[in-house]
Design a protein around this ligand. Structure first.
Ligand SMILES: [Zn+2]
Ligand SMILES: [Zn+2]
Length: 249
């Protein structure tokens, strides 16, 4: 897959089967920073099409930097090989010693310059991991949202992007992802999550939200997307009846 989100940001990823005949994206993004290439997340270990696509897009040069939003499968495939090839690896979470101990940690809310561009690492208001970070590329305005702001999709809509020309993500597609992948949502206070989410997003001039497991959403469609997400969150959270009395089964 190769879908261009911006002149210098390519969505190269793959899909896996999810529930009810749907697909889930496992996304990798390539930033063409002119003289250097930056890869955001590395995809599943068994996947080879991503490598081939990255090779093609970089004219065989390969990437210079790999940024991992978190060190969990299926996002860290081939990360060790990248490190072995001399690629600089930065990660939001520790890379265990037994994996090779390569890479550097980044800190939340830190802004760093890589490949001549500024990147920020916002603390995510939503994630399925205790620790992962979002990544904001100031040049392109793309906010890579890791595990959050995802959705499932129907086969055949693998390369759809939600922008002004269509590609709308349905509420059902958001709901399927949230129920399956973000089970903690039933414990949240929806209004608190919503205000945190909106506050965080307002801090960035977002051209696209680029999730690890969903359809990229253009900035102008973000409100519509958030409305759908919050509608799902309110429904899911409303189903939880609170802690049970001690001793009740
Ligand atoms: Zn994931
Ligand atoms: Zn797909």
């Amino acid at each position: 897959m190769n879908v261009q989100l911006a002149e210098d940001v390519h969505w190269v990823g793959t899909c896996e089967d999810a529930d009810s005949g749907r697909h889930v994206h496992v996304s990798v993004y390539l930033i063409d920073a002119g003289d250097e290439y930056v890869l955001v997340d590395a995809g599943p270990p068994h996947e080879t099409d991503i490598d081939t696509e990255v090779d093609r897009l970089t004219g065989g040069a390969g990437v210079d930097t790999l940024l991992l939003t978190h060190t969990n499968m299926p996002h860290t495939g081939h990360a060790h090989e990248y490190a072995d090839r001399g690629v600089r690896v930065l990660s939001a979470t520790d890379i265990p010693e037994e994996f090779g101990g390569y890479g550097e940690l980044w800190n939340r809310d830190e802004t760093v310059e890589l490949a001549g561009r500024e990147f920020s690492f916002p603390k995510p208001p939503m994630t399925d991991h205790v620790y992962s970070l979002w990544l904001y590329d100031r040049d392109s305005g793309v906010l890579f949202s890791s595990e959050a702001l995802g959705n499932y999709h129907s086969p055949g809509r693998c390369e759809a992007v939600w922008d002004e020309s269509g590609g709308e993500v349905s509420r059902a597609e958001v709901e399927a992802y949230v129920r399956d992948r973000l089970p903690w949502v039933r414990y949240v206070a929806p209004e608190k999550l919503e205000s945190t989410l909106r506050d965080r997003l307002a801090g960035y001039d977002v051209s696209y939200v680029a999730p690890g497991h969903g359809t990229p959403v253009a900035g102008e469609q973000l409100e519509a997307y958030l409305d759908r997400l919050m509608d799902v969150v309110r429904e899911v959270a409303g189903e939880w009846s609170g802690p049970q009395e001690p001793g009740t089964p």
